[in-house]
Design a protein around this ligand. Sequence first.
Ligand code: HEM
Length: 509
Amino acid sequence: MEIVSATIASIFFIIFIYVFFFKDQTSTKGLPPGPKPWPIVGNLLQLGEKPHAQFAELAETYGGDLFSLKLGSQTVVVASSPSAATQVLKTHDRILSGRYVFQSFRVEKHVNNSIVWSECNENWKMLRKVCRTEVFSSKMIESQAHLREAKAMDLVEFLKGREGQVVKITEVVFGTLINIFGRLIFSQDVFDLGDPTGGSAEMKDHIWQMLEMGNSANPADYFPFLGKFDLFGQRRAVANCLQQIYDVWGAMLRDRRRAAARRELELILTMTLLASCLMLAWMIKGSMLCSWYDSDSWNHSRESFLYELFAAGTETTSSTIEWAVAELTKNPTIKEKLRREMESVVGKERVKESDIPRLPYLQAFVKEILRLHPPTPMLLPRRALETCQVMGYTIPKDCQIMVNAWAIARDPKIWKDPLKFSPERFLDSSLDFKGNDFEFIPFGGGRRICPGIPLATQFIGIIVATLVQNLDWSLPNGMDPSELVMEEKFGLTLQKEPPLLIVPKSIEF
Ligand code: HEM
C-alpha cells in the first residue's frame, strides 16, 4: 500500500515539476522549425560529439537558414546560411549581441570584468577601444613584428635541433605562442620549449584546463535553475583554476615591475634632464600595455583583460597553425608553391612580416586554413537581449544563438568543391574575413567581431612562412601523408589525442 502511495506521489511530483518548470519552455510557437523536443530533456539526447557537423545536417532538413532546438529547457537557434548570419551579425546585431555565458564560467569577478563574456556595457566599450587604439593598432602590431619573427625562428631552431626525432607539434606551437605573449606582456618567456615539465608549463596547463572545463557539459546549461547550486563543482573548479593563473601571472608581473623599478632608478641617477623627459614620454606612449602594467592603478580588471587576451589568442591561433602544418604535410605541392613564392619575393633573405602583403599565395593559404578549419566553428554563443523577429520567426528573450561558420564555409551551394583544400580559390577573389562577407566568418562579425584579427593573421602568417622557408618534415614511421586523419571537436577544432606528430628535417637556407 505504501509503495502504491509513494508511486502516485512521485507521479504527481513529476507532473508538478514539468508543468511549473518546463511546459512553457518546451513550447516551440513562433520559433524557427526544428526537431521535435522531448519533455524535460528537449533534444539533448540527439546531441552527438560534433554539434557543428550535426547542426549542418539539421540545417539541411529544416530549410538551410535558421532552425531551433531545445537543450533541456534552453532554447537554441542556429543560423546556418550567409543570409541568416547577416541577420544575426548585422541586421539584429544590437539585440542579439548579448553573450550566453556558460554556467561554469559564471565566476562573478571574471564575468563582470570580461571583454568576452560581459554584455556590451561601458566597461566592454572601453576595453574594445583599448584593443582598437592601443593593443591591436597597426602601429603597435608593426612595432612588435621583430619579436614574432625572432620567436618563429626560435621555433625553427628548436625543431632543427630535433632532426630525425618525433615532435608533438601541438606543444611546441602552443609554447611558441605563449612565449610571444609572455615577451609582450612580461618581457620574458613563460615556457621552455625543450622542457614540457618546466615551471612555466604550469601556465600552459592551466589555460588548457580552463578550455577543457569550458568545453565540458554542465547540466546547469540545460537546466538553468540548477545554476545556483553548482552541483558538480564545475564553477568552483574554474574559479580555482583562474586563481592559480592569476597567482602565476601576479608573480611574473611583480618581477616585471621590480625590474622596471630598478631600471628606472639607475636611469634617474644617470640621465640628464632632457633624457629624463624622453623617458617620461616613452612611459606615457609606451610599448604594448606598458601603461597598463607599470601603472600604480594596476588592478584586477586589467589582470583579467590581459589573461583574456592571452587565453582567447593562444589556443585559437595555435590550433590554426597546427591545421596549417597538417594541410602542408598532406599537400606537398602547396608547400612547394609557398616556398617558391617566398624565393621570388624575398630571395635568400629571411622572411619578415613586412613581406606578407607581397605574398598573395601565403595570404590565400591562411584564408583557406581558416575557411576549412575555423577554431571556433560556431563562433561564441550569443544571447537575445529582447524578443525579436528574424526572417519571420520569433527569437525569444534570453534565447541562445549560434552561427555555424563551419557549415557555411563548407556549403556546396556557396563554394565550389568545398571539401578540397585549395588556396587558389582566394587568389582572384576579394573575399575577406573582416566581417563583411558572411559566407566566410571565422572571426565572427558585427560589434562582437574578434578584436584580435590583426594580431592573429600576423602570428599565423609569419610562423607558417618561417617554417616553410626553413624546414621540411615528414610523418613518423614512414606514414603516408594521405593516411593523416585530423579530427575536429566542438569548441577547439583540433583533437588533442592523438596529437599531430612530425619528424623535422633541415633544409638549406
Ligand atoms: C585564428 C585566430 C582567432 C580566431 C579564428 C578567433 C575567432 C574569434 C571569434 C569567432 C570570436 C567571437 C566573435 C563573435 O561573437 O562574433 C572571437 C572573439 C574574441 N577574440 Fe578572437 N579569434 C582568434 C584570435 C584571437 C586573438 C589573437 C586574440 C587576442 C589576442 C583574440 C581575442 C578575442 C576577444 C577578446 C574576443 C571577444 C570579443 C567580444 O566579445 O567583444 N582572438 N574570436
